[in-house]
Design a protein around this ligand. Sequence first.
Ligand SMILES: *Cc1c(COP(=O)(O)O)cnc(C)c1O
Length: 356
Amino acid sequence: MDIRIELTQNPKAKPTDESKLGFGRIFSDHMFLMNYTDGIGWHDPRIVPYGPFMLDPACMVLHYAQEVFEGMKAYRTADGTIQLFRPYENARRFAASCERLCVPQMDEDMFVEGITKLVEIDQDWVPYSPETSLYLRPFVFATDEHLGVHASKTYQYAVIAAPSGCYYPEGINPVRIYVESRDVRAVRGGTGYTKCGGNYAASIRAGQIAEDRGYTQVLWLDGVEQKYIEEVGSMNVMFKINGKIITPALTGSVLPGITRMSCLELLRNWGYEVEERLLSAEELFDAAESGALEEAWGTGTAAVVSPIGEMAWDERSCIVNEGKIGPTVQKLYDTITGIQWGKLEDTMDWILKVTK
Ligand SMILES: *Cc1c(COP(=O)(O)O)cnc(C)c1O
């Protein structure tokens, strides 16, 4: 790809206190842009100074949400190398999301090359402190100026980068979650398996209610029978029941997480029996009450793993592993973050180095 590069004349001051980075509030100096026009294809790949878009008020995405995004991180290792974790998996999922939303797909190499080039240019924005990273947000949206409901003929693709702090500055503390029995996130035949903005819009109300009641995350039930466990917040979810790992199957309404896939590969390598299947809230709470539920955790790029210490569902509630982090989730965290930050050997071939 022939990427045009226009460097900023006004570099921003980098955050001096990396313990105050938080997540997704500060952005690097540049962004990667590319456009799509029907009949021409993807064109004009460029890296330009970070800044606002000018959009026509009739811009299609503002009305019908034809939009898709991804989320991944660049990590700085002890020897200064900057690296990505399984970026081709993000490229594949981005293509699958685009297909569902009728957004033109882009070549996987093109997707990875744009991200790699941006990280290379903004490499000083990858923070240095332990467990920090540069969060990368590729996204694409419909730009036709037209109020008709159909696939747009033009699109804007962009990648922005946000230096992000350590997710667990106070150590890993298990969270309280709330099983949502009114709102659903995704339905059969819908867009649940895609990373599209619309899925998130539908999830905000339940998240707010859970927060008001003192819970950190929503545990979603399926949108058809409202009976089976799907995901927790914006993470996939796993349970250890009687020594076995059980996680909801990818039925179409569950997002196929790359952290989920990585955890399952590790767990199978470690000799665990892993079941990807339907798991009802009733089975889960029965297992918790009988003492069979040993550990529960969410998985996702932001937190890697997030142990669940307490769950509530209508009148039922339970404590998991005495509200403490369990050995399986701790081992997953240590292994995945060890590979990401280059402290462990990349035996799974998951790393793509951006700088040497
Ligand atoms: C992104 C996302 C996940 C986690 O996916 P990762 O690839 O592991 O980051 C899980 N659920 C939802 C709804 C998501 O959007």
